[in-house]
Design a protein around this ligand. Structure first.
Ligand code: C5J
Length: 232
């Protein structure tokens, strides 16, 4: 039976202006919700960050993820990390700064930011289903050196609901890459977080300024409302 009750269009009450999306051409893109960024002992903490700052994004992402799963929306998770031999990790990235542990060093959750290690995995609360797409990326942007473009083309995706961590680094980089490739990005404000709250705020402002120079910004309640899913 055709599911004629299923809405195919939705309007998200976003900034700088509402945006109408065709749901079948829309994917949820969850950036780097990995233990290495979210938990003590991972990459984020080695850089001197307070990882507890990121926890606030988990619940809003979980709510939108549930709605996406309920409505059959394509869900894509990304993970930042490197091959065990570090052949995809530029020395300029590995050698930078003075972290307590460098990329590839052994840490409490395995080798820092290395594919296959416990710290590289996605946090249990948002763990991908087998049916969902997982993109492993060596850089900050999810398009650089990945198969993301092929996946989006295969599924006819034109719009991205983007969330994850961190707002000003991998989320912003990915949104900028996506914008240049012609995708409409709606960034879920409370579904993103930064180790630096002021960077989170500015990161969102940069996206929606100048008439939405990189995209749109809406909170999870507005996204859920547009998806016709109860927020309570
Ligand atoms: C960082 C990321 N911050 N996922 N990565 O190094 O934002």
């Amino acid at each position: 039976m055709l599911n004629s009750a299923k809405p195919t269009l939705g309007v998200i009450n976003a900034e700088p202006e509402p945006i109408k999306l065709d749901w079948p051409a829309t994917a949820l893109l969850i950036i780097d919700m990995q233990r290495d960024f979210m938990e003590p002992g991972g990459f984020g903490e080695t850089l001197g960050n307070d990882v507890s700052q990121l926890a606030r994004a988990v619940e809003p992402i979980g709510a939108v993820l549930k709605a996406a799963r309920d409505t059959g929306m394509l869900v894509i998770h990304t993970r930042e990390g490197h091959l065990p031999d570090l052949s995809d990790a530029p020395p300029a990235k590995v050698e930078r700064g003075a972290p307590s542990l460098r990329i590839g060093d052994p840490g409490p959750m395995g080798r820092i930011l290395i594919r296959g290690e416990a710290g590289h995995d996605i946090i249990p609360e948002l763990y991908p289903l087998d049916s969902e797409v997982v993109i492993d990326k060596p850089g900050k942007g999810a398009f650089y050196a990945t198969e993301l473009t092929d996946v989006l083309e295969k599924y006819g995706i034109e719009n991205l609901l983007v969330c994850g961590v961190t707002t000003e680094v991998c989320v912003n980089t990915t949104v900028r890459e996506a914008n240049d490739r012609g995708y409409r990005c709606v960034v879920i404000s409370d579904g993103c977080a930064s180790y630096f709250p002021e960077f989170h705020e500015m990161g969102l402002k940069m996206i929606k300024a100048q008439g939405g120079i990189f995209g749109w910004v809406a909170d999870s309640a507005a996204v859920l409302e547009a998806m016709k899913v109860s927020t309570t």
